[in-house]
Design a protein around this ligand. Structure first.
Ligand SMILES: Nc1ncnc2c1ncn2[C@@H]1O[C@H](COP(=O)(O)OP(=O)(O)O)[C@@H](O)[C@H]1O
Ligand SMILES: CC(C)(COP(=O)(O)O)[C@@H](O)C(=O)NCCC(=O)O
Length: 335
């Protein structure tokens, strides 16, 4: 065969020089150029609604990063619906039509990353943007903190300073919750955690009623399953995800976001007389920040390094933020 040498593009040359990875790596510029292909511009009114979520987020960031992401997810949802059609065709052929009318289950998106990396901000934004697509107007969001063990149990098990570590959750209940959603149940409920009382709210449940899309956000959503008592591997939460996003940043930057958030909360939510953290409004800011620094150094940073960061390579998409929260790079899993 005769081949003619062609002048390769810089992207091609970079791909050839880079070590093999299961991801397509994109710079911010490459990703944001995809915005032009997103047929869903934001109106001024919608931009205001996004601001109304209470998140401090740069509007260019919404347009350049999160709007293309909502487009990508819209394509994945559509592709999953086509796959369901293929499955129904197969079931129709194989089972004489009896099982060929699967209604479809919610499309589940996991959002993982460290404490304070910005998971909730990303998840709220995605919820608002995805709900604008006519194909999937009902988008619900749950945080995994509802599956933390109640404080009484954490105390009994000596886990109060391991809050957020995999062992501080009822992982079976969490996996069951998402399994039930993917089983197509009409109503699935979950316990509710309150940051105010720093505990599970007794008797309260949230109900998920077959949304088009469910976003599950939490530190450990990409954790592999624990082996059962019989030593056998179990199903993990992430086995039920249709797509997952890992929000990544340098630990030093996340620490400063954690401390900033603590400072803001000290001026707002901690002032509430029923707040578990009210004591930090009664001491100097420096003393309060000393507590937050210790919590970062002894709980959240070790959890990030030991448990959370090692799950990054399981995500469908990794978004890497810089010190100003702006996304600098993205890695998208190849298919
Ligand atoms: N894109 C962003 N731009 C500016 N600030 C952000 C952004 N994302 C998160 N933050 C801030 O960083 C802190 C942590 O974000 P949050 O969404 O609460 O994190 P997580 O849910 O991962 O704990 C908060 O103070 C939040 O306001
Ligand atoms: C509630 C959390 C464990 C996070 O829960 P998630 O929804 O990610 O499962 C975390 O935000 C937290 O409160 N950690 C305890 C250590 C600290 O106070 O920073």
């Amino acid at each position: 065969m005769i081949t003619t040498p062609s002048r390769s593009s810089s992207a091609q040359r970079r791909a050839e020089a880079a070590p093999a990875t299961p991801y397509v790596d994109l710079t911010r510029e490459e990703w944001s150029a995809l915005r032009a292909k997103t047929p869903l511009p934001l109106t001024a009114e919608e931009v205001e609604r996004l601001r109304g979520l209470g998140d401090v987020i740069d509007l260019d960031e919404v347009r350049d990063i999160y709007l293309p992401l909502s487009r990508l997810l819209n394509l994945y949802v559509a592709a999953t619906a086509s796959l369901r059609g293929a499955l129904n065709t197969f079931l129709g052929d194989a089972a004489g039509g009896g099982k060929s009318s699967q209604r479809g289950t919610p499309f589940v998106i996991g959002v993982a990353g460290s404490v304070a990396v910005g998971k909730s901000t990303v998840a709220r934004l995605l919820q608002a943007l995805l709900a604008r697509w006519p194909e999937h107007p009902r988008v619900e969001r749950v945080t995994t903190d509802g599956f933390l063990l109640p404080m009484k149990e954490l105390k009994e098990r000596g886990l109060m300073s391991r809050k957020g570590f995999p062992e501080s959750y009822d992982r079976r209940a969490l996996t069951r919750f998402v399994a039930d959603i993917k089983a197509g149940k009409d109503e699935v409920t979950a316990p509710v955690y309150s940051h105010l009382i720093y505990d599970i709210v007794p008797g309260q449940r949230l109900t998920v009623r077959r949304p088009d899309i469910l976003i599950v956000e939490g530190l450990n959503v990409l954790q592999p399953a624990l082996p059962g008592q019989d030593g056998r591997t179990r199903v993990a939460l992430a086995d039920y995800f249709d797509f997952s996003v890992y929000v990544d940043a340098r630990a030093e930057d996340i620490e400063s976001w954690y401390l900033n958030r603590f400072r803001k909360l000290r001026d707002t939510a901690f002032q509430d007389p029923s707040s578990y953290f009210r004591k930090y409004t009664q001491v100097s800011e420096e003393e309060a920040l000393d507590y937050a620094r210790t919590a970062w150094r002894t709980i959240n940073k070790p959890n990030l390094l030991e448990n959370v960061a090692p799950t990054r390579g399981r995500a469908t998409l990794v978004v890497r933020k810089g010190p100003d929260h702006k996304v600098q790079r993205l890695s998208l899993r190849k298919l």
